[in-house]
Design a protein around this ligand. Structure first.
Ligand code: B12
Ligand code: SF4
Length: 581
């Protein structure tokens, strides 16, 4: 089969003077789509041939990594001697730096698995760690290094500074083509989407593969399957920690319909024009099959979270999914949808199937900023209406909000505070800090407006910002009005009558004493939530305990005590069970 005929150069600008458009090489009649379909129903425990190529997939800072787990499953099905290494985990705002011991443990895994090929899945915040890890592994291995994920998708030419090949875009079929080349003992040049440097160090632009449409052909992520390694806190584990998680994180599809300026989709959607439908859902049956697989693996799953960016965006899908979920899965679930796309009819169906909460992004409190700067649909009126509708249907809304937006003003933040207070109580609010991801339209706007400089978008700065300040950290001291208004927003979830009164007062008028008090309380909330300061957690527990006693809520009190004891015991036994093998 001649693959040249369907080769389309993706909508990539010329990124470097030293770049030439590459040619696709025929893969000896290899048809990746057919292969994907042929191996679809294979079991993961199928014996691997003795002479099968050896591949090590590495995820950086994410034990849950969808791509690394999917590729491990895909390669096992494809008769590849596949291994997966999860090199460090993602602790929000508190990532731990790579240690020498951890690099040594990764080297041990490489020595043990002897890969012919190493793949890395890389997001922008982890480029520094990727360079460091690849540098070390190359001292002990001559494996080919292929990078994929959001970072190489956006800047494949930059990824070639440390990887031999960089995959632009989705890589499921690419992975099968790579496997076939390894089986044939050929190099990887000429594969669609796989950029490389030729012998003269010229970057060869291999475009990007089409978006694979039939999501049911793609394996779901491997959970606690053979040949998986996990490194964190100077330890190497071989039991998948995922099975001890009470939350099952699933994706029922891929893609989004919007192009918010601070989100990767603002780049991916234009990049994929003419490349197939961007939003693709798995069939409800396939999702249920995965949930059966996962529930059989997990020790005591309690909830399901769908991590899709726009969950259940098609009405007929929602109808079928709700009926099947209700019939086959008794775990409550939550999901995420853009407010504009939330329809009452679908909410009722999903609620009847077990949905207890729905996330939606508010992101700004002012319609103009949301629309003109963030390129996001929806206005405040619509948000309030959707929030009310969810509550009326017994669904707990969860709101996402981005602070640290340089285009915000005192007025827009005061409006935001008013809006969030209007959502009513109890309120679940996640407050993030704006991150300047390289090349995103929002970042370019901030650069043009002089709010940031190129240095703020360097790999190191992006890492620093995401690893330690992805979730908003309250400002201290917060003397300016916009600073303490952000702290006010951060404090909203504390939900106490007195606090709400203070927030209302500050929203209307400047008051330095109250602003100082709010700032102190916001700091306290941050310590309690993120720095796990034992004393503060216990002070709060004792306070809540007394409150329950005073209100005579004995059954709630006993439930809470049982939960605290259970959690403490679980943490202890969990650490014991995960000891090195
Ligand atoms: C689900 C999701 C998560 C999940 C799972 C993450 C994961 N690693 O799988 C959770 C909740 C854990 C998560 C956490 C985080 N996330 Co997140 N997340 C997403 C989301 C919504 C979907 C990504 C996804 O899983 N898609 C499905 C998988 C199968 O696709 P994929 O990862 O893109 O992989 C495909 C290709 O990239 C390629 N590919 C990937 N790796 C490789 C490797 C090789 C060798 C090849 C050939 C191809 C290849 O093939 C894959 C299959 O087609 C995206 C938004 C988006 N539109 O993508 C944000 C997104 C990826 N997240 C983002 C961020 C910042 C984070 C966090 C840092 C946030 C935080 N501080 O907590 C962490 C980092 C975790 C980590 N180290 O990976 C950013 C990354 C920005 C960037 N430019 O790099 C995104 C893009 C959102 C945004 N703001 O724009 N996230
Ligand atoms: S709606 Fe969400 S996922 Fe979609 S583009 Fe906007 S921020 Fe990204």
């Amino acid at each position: 089969m001649d693959h040249r005929s369907d080769f389309r150069v993706a909508a990539t600008k010329s990124v470097s003077e030293n770049l030439v458009v590459g040619e696709l090489l025929s893969n000896d009649g290899f048809d990746a789509t057919k292969r994907l379909r042929d191996i679809r129903s294979r079991d993961l425990s199928i014996p691997i041939s003795n002479d099968a190529p050896r591949v090590l997939h590495i995820s950086l800072y994410c034990f849950k990594s969808f791509p690394a787990r999917i590729f491990h499953a895909l390669c096992l099905k494809d008769d590849i001697n596949s291994h997966a290494l999860f090199f460090k985990n993602n602790f929000t705002n508190d990532h731990l730096p790579v240690t020498e011991r951890e690099l040594d443990l990764a080297v041990d895994v490489v020595k043990k698995t002897q890969p012919d090929l190493i793949t890395l899945s890389i997001m922008a915040p982890y480029v520094v760690a990727a360079r460091q890890l690849v540098g070390r592994l190359r001292q002990f291995s001559s494996a080919i290094v292929v990078a994929g994920g959001k970072y190489p998708t956006i800047v494949p030419h930059e990824a070639l500074s440390f990887a031999d090949y960089a995959c632009k875009g989705e890589g499921d079929l690419t992975m099968l083509r790579i496997n076939e080349r390894l089986r044939q003992g050929q190099d990887l040049r000429g594969i669609k989407g796989l950029w490389y440097k030729d012998d003269e160090a010229q970057i060869i632009d291999m475009g990007q593969d089409v978006l694979y449409q039939d999501m049911d052909d793609i394996p779901y992520p491997a959970i606690n399957e053979p040949q998986m390694f996990f490194i964190e806190k100077n330890r190497l584990e071989t039991v998948d920690p995922e099975i001890y998680d009470e939350e099952i994180l699933v994706m029922a599809g891929r893609g989004c319909v919007y192009l918010c300026s601070y989100c990767v989709n603002s780049l991916l959607i234009p990049m994929n024009r003419g490349n197939g439908r961007f939003v693709r859902l798995r069939s409800p049956d396939h999702v249920m099959e995965e949930l059966d697989y996962r529930r059989a693996k997990y020790k005591s799953p309690k909830t399901v979270t769908f991590n899709d960016e726009v969950f259940g965006v098609f009405d007929d899908w929602v109808e079928e999914f709700s009926a099947k979920y209700k019939e086959r899965c008794d775990l409550p679930f939550e999901c995420e949808l853009v407010p504009r796309l939330i329809k009452e009819h679908n909410v009722k169906l999903l609620a009847a199937a077990g949905m207890y909460s729905l996330h939606f992004g508010v992101q700004s409190g002012q319609d103009e900023i949301r629309k003109d700067v963030m390129h996001r649909p929806g206005n405040n009126e619509e948000l309030i209406e959707k929030s009310r509708m969810l509550r009326d249907n017994g669904i707990l809304p969860q709101y996402d909000f981005i602070l640290g937006n340089p285009f915000d003003t005192d007025e827009s933040l005061s409006e935001a505070l008013g809006l969030l207070l209007e959502f009513g109580t109890p309120i679940n609010l996640n407050t993030y800090k704006m991150t300047y991801f390289p090349h995103y339209p929002f970042t370019n706007m901030a650069l043009e407006a002089g709010h940031i400089t190129q240095e703020d978008v360097s790999d190191e700065k992006v890492a620093e910002s995401v690893l330690y300040n992805f979730v908003y950290r309250p400002k201290f001291p917060a003397l300016k009005r916009h600073e303490y208004l952000e702290n006010c927003i951060y404090l909203i979830p504390w939900n106490h009558r007195v606090i709400r009164t203070i927030l209302y007062r500050l929203q209307k008028n400047h008051n330095p004493a109250l602003a100082f008090l709010v700032t102190l309380l916001a700091k306290l909330r941050y310590w309690q939530s993120f720095q796990q300061v034992g004393v503060i957690i216990w002070m709060r527990r004792i306070y809540l305990g007394f409150k329950l006693i005073l209100n005579g809520q004995w059954s709630v009190l006993f439930k809470k005590i049982k939960w605290v004891v259970g959690k403490t015991l679980y943490q202890q036994t969990n650490t014991g069970r995960l000891s090195v093998r």
